[in-house]
Write a protein that binds this ligand. Structure first.
Ligand SMILES: NC(=O)c1ccc[n+]([C@@H]2O[C@H](COP(=O)([O-])OP(=O)(O)OC[C@H]3O[C@@H](n4cnc5c(N)ncnc54)[C@H](OP(=O)(O)O)[C@@H]3O)[C@@H](O)[C@H]2O)c1
Length: 337
């Protein structure tokens, strides 16, 4: 079978096309023919040697997010049969409840082989059924970005209709956060570097938008839009470069789901958190239980994942370069077959 491997952190040159033996499903495992994968900022961090969690370089198959069809089941598999459409969990060991201690050690495309391959075997526990209305390209966007947005909104201070959610930029996580917050009956304020992207954010459901290039002090715009009160939730994808302004944008008792590290800045003054009386919670993708709950909402509300561009399987490195250019809105996808 065709696959890609990542031997080390060589930036956009990291992924090499290889031939590998097609795996066989063992006891409790299923064999999935992958039809599409989607890229995450994490894939760039790994390729650039900047990822803060376990990466098992060598002959690692990169990329965590994929969707495909079950083509064989091993002995003892109880929940799946051939022909079913599935997506793999980002962390193969976090099935439900509180975050498990080995979550990063079972993360696809980092600690263990990922999905940029024609076939992959998974434990049947490591898969979810994908909503019927989604194409494989759409379903492949869900495991990391969508589940992270879902976790950020529902597992710290659960989002309630009528509350206000602030999203930063228009990448994969943030676009799902706009869509989920809108579906929940929340008010959404979205930021972006670009007016054209903000127009797309409004089309997806953002009620108000702020261009953070035109308004570098964007927390003042958030204050203006919220009558000085601040927002109830921030889905924080920037990290130290944006967190002080996110804290200043949050109302007392509000919640910041700390997701990302897109923007570098100065160390955070903890007094700012105390002064804002908000909570800041680290978010680490999510569990199968979260993924399944999210899929029910995607199916019920006919939420369509936003696929910016689809590349061919032989264009994987070009897809990674396209993600690095950050011109996309939503997700960048590679179709495998
Ligand atoms: N903790 C977790 O479990 C977890 C899970 C998923 C992702 N993440 C992290 O979350 C972040 C987002 O991931 P992603 O895959 O959604 O990324 P992505 O799709 O590559 O998003 C890139 C977009 O982020 C926006 N951006 C960049 N710098 C910004 C800034 N200073 N302020 C506001 N927006 C900015 C830009 O959009 P505009 O041009 O519209 O501004 C850019 O196009 C990454 O740091 C990633 O590592 C963490």
């Amino acid at each position: 079978m065709h696959a890609y491997e990542i031997a080390g952190a060589n930036g956009l040159e990291s992924w090499k096309s290889v031939e590998r033996a097609k795996p066989e499903p063992g006891r409790g495992q299923v064999l999935v023919k992958l039809h599409a994968v989607s890229l995450n900022y994490r894939d760039l961090l790994i390729a650039n040697g900047q990822y803060p969690f376990a990466v098992n370089f060598g002959s690692l198959i990169p990329v965590s997010d994929g969707a495909g069809e079950i083509v064989a089941v091993g002995e003892g598999v109880r929940h799946f049969k051939g022909g079913e459409r599935v997506a793999a969990l980002f962390s193969q060991s976090w099935l439900g409840g509180a975050q498990v201690s080995d979550m990063w050690h079972t993360a696809l495309g980092g600690a263990i082989d990922g999905v940029l391959t024609e076939y992959q075997v998974f434990s049947e526990d490591g898969l979810v059924t994908v909503p019927d209305q989604l194409s494989y390209e759409q379903a492949a966007t869900l495991p990391c970005a969508a589940v992270t947005a879902w976790n950020a909104l529902y597992f710290g201070k659960p989002l309630v209709a009528g509350e206000t959610v602030l999203t930063l930029g228009t990448g994969g996580v943030s676009v799902f956060a706009i869509q989920f917050a809108r579906a929940a009956g929340a008010r959404v304020i979205a930021t972006s570097s670009s007016d054209a992207k903000l127009e797309k954010a409004r089309a997806l459901g953002a009620h108000e938008t702020i261009n953070y290039r035109q308004h570098p002090d964007w927390e003042k715009e958030v204050a203006r839009l919220t009558d000085g009160l601040g927002v109830d939730h921030v889905v924080e994808v920037g990290g130290t470069g944006t967190l002080p302004r996110s804290i200043a944008s949050t109302r007392p008792g509000g919640h910041i789901g700390l997701v990302g590290l897109l923007a570098q800045g100065e160390p955070i003054d903890p007094l700012a958190i105390l002064g804002a009386s908000c909570s800041v919670r680290g978010v680490a993708v999510g569990s199968r239980e979260m993924f399944e709950a999210m899929n029910r909402v995607i199916a019920l509300h006919r939420i369509e994942p936003v696929v910016d561009r689809v590349f061919g399987f032989d264009q994987a490195s070009a897809a990674l370069a396209y993600l690095a250019d950050a011109g996309h809105v939503g997700k960048v996808v590679i179709r495998i077959a």
